[in-house]
Design a protein around this ligand. Structure first.
Ligand SMILES: C[S@@+](CC[C@H](N)C(=O)[O-])C[C@H]1O[C@@H](n2cnc3c(N)ncnc32)[C@H](O)[C@@H]1O
Length: 269
């Protein structure tokens, strides 16, 4: 006699296949967890290499470039304060420390240093094929590691602020107000991605009062600029959206970097 009671039916029922939508969301959770684990392992490995002297930027070349940039801004500013140093993509702090060393050696003790980073590595947008060779979670540091690195580099914390979080959340009018950001002098774009660079440039637009120098660390990385992508795309769009700015190309500091002096036309101030 067939047993048709509920419990026996349940025992004989074939395993339930989750609906397609559920499978997709499960696999995307799995991908995110995998990326997070990889990011933490790679981040810790990178921090150990930094402790042993490795840097994500070529310090000597960058310092020479910063010196030229400062002298050029001084020549144009005619004694006016140069403005703040804003950095988008602080990671361990090497490029910020370079600027601090150079400005200090030139006797500039009034520049403020404001650095933005998730300290969780690159955002999910990094996984978009058009964003280049990077992936979400690359270049993870921790705020504590970076603060120690900058302290060891002799940073003046009275003039330095690190703003932690995704640019989507931190690059806001409220941040400009809260930190009394009024004028940028030197802007370092070292956040690799088109999307991050675009957000950083939009945030800086009202802070370029007369002029500022913008350094792009990864302009030519992975042939992105030649394909109209990456930081070049972000800068082209930024200039198109702000027709009162004119850009003059300056000497870079690596084969991947580009540096521009951006001036606001007198009539639009
Ligand atoms: C190549 S690393 C910067 C290297 C750094 N300048 C140095 O000298 O060590 C790029 C950094 O950009 C940050 N970044 C990129 N896009 C971001 C975003 N949308 N929000 C927050 N941080 C971002 C990453 O967290 C990463 O630390």
């Amino acid at each position: 006699m067939n047993d048709t009671s509920g419990s026996a039916m349940a025992m004989r029922r074939p395993p339930q296949i989750p609906p397609a939508g559920k499978l997709t969301s499960l696999s995307s959770v799995f991908r995110r967890v995998k990326a997070e684990i990889r990011s933490r392992i790679e981040g810790a490995r990178l921090q150990r290499r930094v402790e042993q002297g490795f840097r994500l930027v070529p310090e000597r070349e960058l310092e020479i470039c910063y010196e030229h940039v400062i002298r050029r801004l001084q020549a144009e500013a005619g004694g006016e304060p140069l403005g703040d140093y804003l950095e988008f993509g602080v990671c361990h702090g090497a490029s910020m420390a370079c600027m601090h060393r150079v400005a200090g050696a030139l006797g500039l003790r009034d520049i403020r240093y404001v650095g933005f980073d998730s300290f969780a590595g690159l955002p999910p947008e990094a996984d978009e094929p058009e964003e280049g060779p990077w992936r979400r979670g690359y270049y993870r540091s921790t705020r504590g590691f970076t603060e120690q690195f900058l302290t060891d580099a002799g940073i003046d914390w009275k003039r330095t602020t690190l703003i932690e979080g995704w640019f989507d959340d931190t690059l806001t009018e409220e941040t400009r107000q809260r930190h009394h950001l009024r004028k940028a002098g030197v802007i370092m774009i070292d956040c690799d991605l088109y999307s991050s660079a675009r957000r950083a440039l939009d945030f800086c637009a009202p802070l370029i009062v007369e002029r500022a120098v913008i350094l792009f660390d990864d302009w030519h990385a992975a042939n992105l600029a030649a394909r109209g992508l990456g930081e070049k795309r972000a800068f082209d769009e930024f200039l198109a959206a702000n027709p009162d700015f004119a850009a003059e190309r300056l000497a870079g500091y690596t084969k991947n970097a580009e540096v521009f002096l951006v001036r606001r036309s007198a009539g639009s101030r």
